[in-house]
Ligand binder design. Structure first.
Ligand code: IMP
Length: 430
């Protein structure tokens, strides 16, 4: 029995989906434990591109059962859209291979409106994905307004809950902005009961399902969403998402006890990206002809969910060391190394400077990180196409040196290197 977690060590979009896909052969069940349809996972398999937001990417392997754990916030419309898209692509989906926790929380349209009002009104807007993630988690924690997936199966109860919640939401929205959207509890209830009929075969007590699977010797793969630096407790607060996107989210978000986790693959991009607002010390802001733009174009660095251009910058070992420790990472998967082939000379941030002093550890607060200046070391680039590399020996010496330096600075072995989106474009280093 083995439990593995694939977790991003930066601000998300580390191409975790490809690593999940590579590891499915050794696992039986794949579990998402945090977030919702704010995640965007792209997997290229057999020449076909799959884009998933809510459903674990591991479902693309025919033998896998996929679980959407209790730690998620689920928009039923998005769930059903993804199911339809997978079926249209020839992936069979039913209640047996896609399980949805009865304790996951439900996103309603008023959550999306609430987020819009909050982001528009605030000078300290976070630059969220606009999917209602934060407000739904707020309702979960505040308890009086939270609705869980299992409640959708009880029509009279659901109607009563919505009749109590919706007028209060409407009143708050009106007070914030007279033109704010208003909602009708009964209409929402009718709509969500229709969704519930389609969700029903998938709804399970997934914590119990996972406990039984562990007892039966099954191997579980946890698929984190977002990156560890967006973790609500350990990331660059307040510019974070509303869940525990590091491995810290596994236990509350799935119900699987911590001691079962045996392997943590920390996924990093060979450089750094970030979408939305928040501090980013190594960001390249060198204009339309600069290296930042070259990386963005070559790496197709545009948000999967929102289409926003991602901010691009050099690799930051201070940040990645912090999240690797937090994750308990055993090894590193370095993604998109091929993108750096367009750069003549590479930089790696090895420390920060704050108030004239060197800082080797990651400050836990955004307002401090904003004042940090990166300290760089420079390495030669390789300026040659590496997309066809399949073994460590195929990589140019400068690329191996770059990987060795990342490994040394993070005190972790690099086991997998990705040199392109296809499954075959992978170098196993050991
Ligand atoms: P939210 O998760 O929509 O509340 O957004 C909070 C912050 O997390 C914003 O900066 C988003 O851009 C960022 N974010 C959320 N999901 C992802 C993701 O899957 N990849 C990268 N950034 C994300």
């Amino acid at each position: 029995m083995a439990c593995t977690c694939v977790v991003g060590l930066q601000w998300g979009d580390e191409a975790k989906g490809k690593i999940v896909d590579l590891l499915t052969a050794q696992h039986d069940i794949v579990v998402r434990y945090n977030g919702g349809a704010n995640a965007g996972h792209t997997v290229v398999k057999n020449g076909r591109t799959y884009k998933l937001s809510l459903i674990p990417t591991g479902i693309l392997a025919p033998h896998m059962q996929a679980v959407i754990g209790n730690g998620l916030v689920v928009n039923p419309v998005r769930f059903l859209e993804e199911v339809d898209a997978l079926r249209a692509a020839g992936i069979p989906i039913d209640g047996g291979n896609l399980l949805l926790s009865d304790h996951a929380h439900v996103i309603f349209p008023y959550h999306v409106e609430e987020e819009k009002l909050g982001e528009e009104a605030s000078a300290a807007a976070i630059g969220t994905t606009g999917r209602g993630i934060g407000p739904c988690y707020q309702d979960k924690v505040s308890r009086t307004n939270g609705i869980r997936v299992g409640e959708l199966l009880h029509p009279a109860h659901l109607r009563e809950r919505l009749r109590s919640i919706v007028p209060r939401k409407n009143a708050v929205f009106r007070a914030l902005m007279p033109s704010a959207q208003q909602f009708d509890a009964d209409a929402l209830c009718d709509e969500y009961l229709t969704h519930a009929g389609k969700l029903k075969p998938h709804i399970h007590d997934t914590a119990l399902f996972l406990h039984r699977a562990l007892q039966g010797g099954k191997n579980i793969l946890f698929e984190a969403a977002q990156g560890s630096l967006l973790d609500v407790d350990h990331g660059t607060y307040p510019f974070v998402t509303s869940s525990n996107s590091s491995t810290a989210g596994i236990w509350p978000g799935s119900g699987v006890p911590a001691r079962h986790l045996q392997r943590v693959v920390g996924v990093i991009k060979a450089y750094t990206t970030r979408v939305g607002r928040g501090p980013f010390p190594t960001e390249l802001t060198d204009g339309p002809d600069g290296i930042g733009e070259r990386i963005r174009k070559t790496g197709r660095e545009y948000g999967t969910v929102t289409g926003r251009p991602r901010r691009c910058g050099w690799f930051d070992t201070v940040a990645a060391k912090h999240s690797a420790r937090l994750a308990g990472a055993d090894e590193l998967a370095v993604m998109l190394l091929d993108v750096l082939s367009v750069v003549d000379e590479l930089r790696i941030c090895t420390a920060y400077e704050l108030d004239g002093k060197r800082l080797d550890e990651f400050p836990g607060d955004a307002f401090l990180l904003e004042q940090c200046r990166p300290v760089y070391e420079t390495l030669p680039g390789w300026k040659t196409d590496i997309e066809r590399a399949r073994g460590p020996g195929d990589l140019p010496a400068a690329a191996r040196r770059y990987l060795d330096r990342l490994s040394e600075l993070l005190s972790l072995p690099v086991t997998i290197v990705s040199v392109g989106p296809d499954r075959e474009q992978t170098v196993f280093m050991t």
